[in-house]
Each structure stands twice: as C-alpha cells, then as structure tokens.
Write a protein that binds this ligand. Sequence first.
Ligand code: SF4
Length: 450
Amino acid sequence: MRDICFIHSSSGKGADHWVIPAGICGIADILKKSNIKMVGINLALEKLLNHDFSFYDWLTKNRFEYFLIEIHWFVHLEQAFKNIDLIKKIYPSSKIIVGGLTASLFCKEIINSNNNIDFIIKGDSEEPLLDLLKKLDKGKDIYDVKNLIYKKDDKIIIYNSEYILENFKNISYGDITFMKNYKYLLYYPFPNASCKRSSYWLVNGRGCIYNCKTCDGAKEICNKYLGRSRLVKRSSEDVLEDIRNISKRFEVENINLTHDICSFGKDYYTKFLTEFSKINKVKLYNEFWQIPSTSFNNIIEEFDLGSRMHYAITAHSGNEKIRKEYGKKYTNNELIKVLEFCRKHNIEVTLFFSRNIIEETKETMLDTLKLIRKLKMMKIKTLKLVYDYIIIDPMSCIKERLSNGLMEFTKTDNDKLKFCYNDEIRKMVVNRNNRLNIIENKIVSEILEA
Ligand code: SF4
C-alpha cells in the first residue's frame, strides 16, 4: 500500500493554531495495522520553527499519492484550500481526501467550492478512510465507501449509510511519531499559546451528553449532523495503557484527556484514578464538563492525587443565568467551594470565562468581572484565570454569528469559501457595541492587571 500524507494547515494569520485533532493518532494507528504508513506535517508548526519553511519545496521532495487534509477548525479553511491547490498543481494525479468537523458540517459547500478535492469523509472516518484507500489502491469502485462525499459529472454523491464509531476496540492513540517534528508539537497543545510544559492530548471518548451552546461536540449537533446519538468511552484499561506508553516514550509532563472522566460516572473514574495513582510522573489534565462532583474530589483526596491533577473548568460567565444558558449548571458558590478544595489539595486549576457571549449586557459582564475580582482576592496560588474570546469551534459560533451578522460564510473574490478569523470577529464585536467594549476593556484591564 502507498503511504498517505496528513496535513494540518496553518491558519495563515498572526497567532496560529498548532494543535492537531487528537483523533488523528487513532487513524494513523488503524492505517499502520493495515500496513499503510501515515506521514504527518503541521504547517503551522513548521512555519513557527522555521520562518522560511517552504511547503512547495517540502512537497517536491516528498512524493505521495494520497493526501489527507484536515479541515477540523474553521480557521484553517482558507489555507487548507491553498494547500490543496498547490498539491494538485505539483501532483495532478494525487487523491485529495478531506476530513474534520468543519469539513463534515459544511461538506456540500466545501466540495462545491474546490474542484481539486476528490473526497470528503463526513463524520467518523476510521473505517471509511481505510476502506477508501484499499479500494483506490486496488483500482476498485468506491461507490459503497461509507460517509464518503464526492462529485461525479458535476453532481454531489453522498453515501448515506453512515458509519459511526461505536466501539474503540483496540485502537491506540499513544503514538504521535508519524508527525514531523512531533517533539516540538508536544509543547504547543493549545491554540494561540505556547507552553513551557509538554503535554499530550489523549483521546478517551467520543461524543458528549451535554448541549453547550458554543460547542460542536455537543450532543444535539453530533446527532443532527453526524448521526452520533451517544457518548462512547474508551475502556479505562486502554487509556491507561496509552498513558503508560506515552510517559515511557515521550518526555511529557501532562496528559490532557479529550473527555471529562468525571462525567463518565463513578465506577469509571474510581477504577481509572485507582490505577492512575500507580503510574509515576505524569499529571492529568481534565476538562470538566460541569464542576467536579464531591465523590470525584473524595477519590482525589483518598489517593492523594491533588498535585498530580490539573482541573480545567469553563464557567463562561459570572452571571449564573448566562452560564446555565451556555450549558453549565452550577452556581458561583458551588464553583468557589471547588476552588477552595483545589487550594487545600494543591490542585492546579484553570478557570475560563468567555468575552464574546452573544447575550452579554453591561450588567452580565459586570457580574463576571465581580466574580473574577472575588476569586483574585481569594489568592489561590494554583488558580489561573482566563478571560478571552471563544473562537475555535467550527459551527456553533458561526451559526449564531451568521444570524447576527457577526461572521460571514461566503465566497471571496477568488471564489473560495471564507470564514472570518478571530481578529475580524474581535473587530466586529467591537463594532457591534463599541460603547460596551470600551467600558469592558477598561474594567477588564483594571481588574486583570490589579
Ligand atoms: S463544551 Fe464540553 S460539555 Fe459542553 S457540549 Fe461540548 S464537550 Fe460537551
């Protein structure tokens, strides 16, 4: 079988998005088990490491027949199109396969906008990609490849029998060495942020049980657009096995789980944390979908895991009504109790608030700032507060912003689809309510810099 090249594009503007979707490690593993080698390149990272890096030169030295172009987050769309056009220019007979959440949610618009795309895989791509590659390699017809979208005689063909990953079986997510410069990648786990601490995003589930307004992994969106009706968990044994291998193989300090183990239920996290406490070295970064439950915290206490945990909590707003609207069902007092627990047990905690909430008024914003002020006065050494714009989810934000005129999904002069970028969103938000923003920026800087 011929090799396949996986490409993570740059967002092409200012601060870039280096982070790659964690699921690609599982796809690389599936292909590897069928003797198909994946070679990955992160163009955002390459540019960061070497400003003069030329994708054209790299391509001419590295020939592939198959290219897997990830358009997961909308910010990569425009550059991904440029990369696709370049590949086809150099290798006209190569096959361009596109996947990722944005590609899935806007599959028709995307395939209609770029004639150089051969296929889009909509939704889960584990089995369909393998099936497609095997068929292409043997010159077989691809009409029955699940989740596949392509054009034939100018008509879009969609294979409707959806493949949905319902069981992780023995897929491993613990190897990232297929990515060029993977050692550096481990230091750039978040968009717009380089970290001094290395970490590894590890898949431990798919889907969600909640419907947060700003998230494209939300239950209803997954159900409506991707046919996923339930959350699928990886077995704790498999996740722990990956953690052991990763900590042996790579010098990572943190394991970042893609899914909140607290929401997986008491049986799951009790078993998981009991075993995790026996693994040395690595720290666990868990993004709570709500706030940690008392029984979860009890286990952390029982196994003395405080210094090995990093809690991430997204409160969005200091206003409880807005927070609830955005899917988070806890009060400020409950949140403060959790933070006090973190202080007591030396648990690192990052608490996120959001600055581009559509329903924000001066009053609700002041509620957030009041809460931030109160938390700062608690002087919790392990607490990090983040108050920034949410921009990365492909659709939830776009849907709202399209209707509010705050974003566009349109064709540009050169007939390519375009989403606005974060700095454009910022400008638009400022224009939408200039007065609110002047007040906001003044108060925010006063409080955050205090
Ligand atoms: S933000 Fe988290 S909890 Fe909310 S829907 Fe998305 S994945 Fe689920």
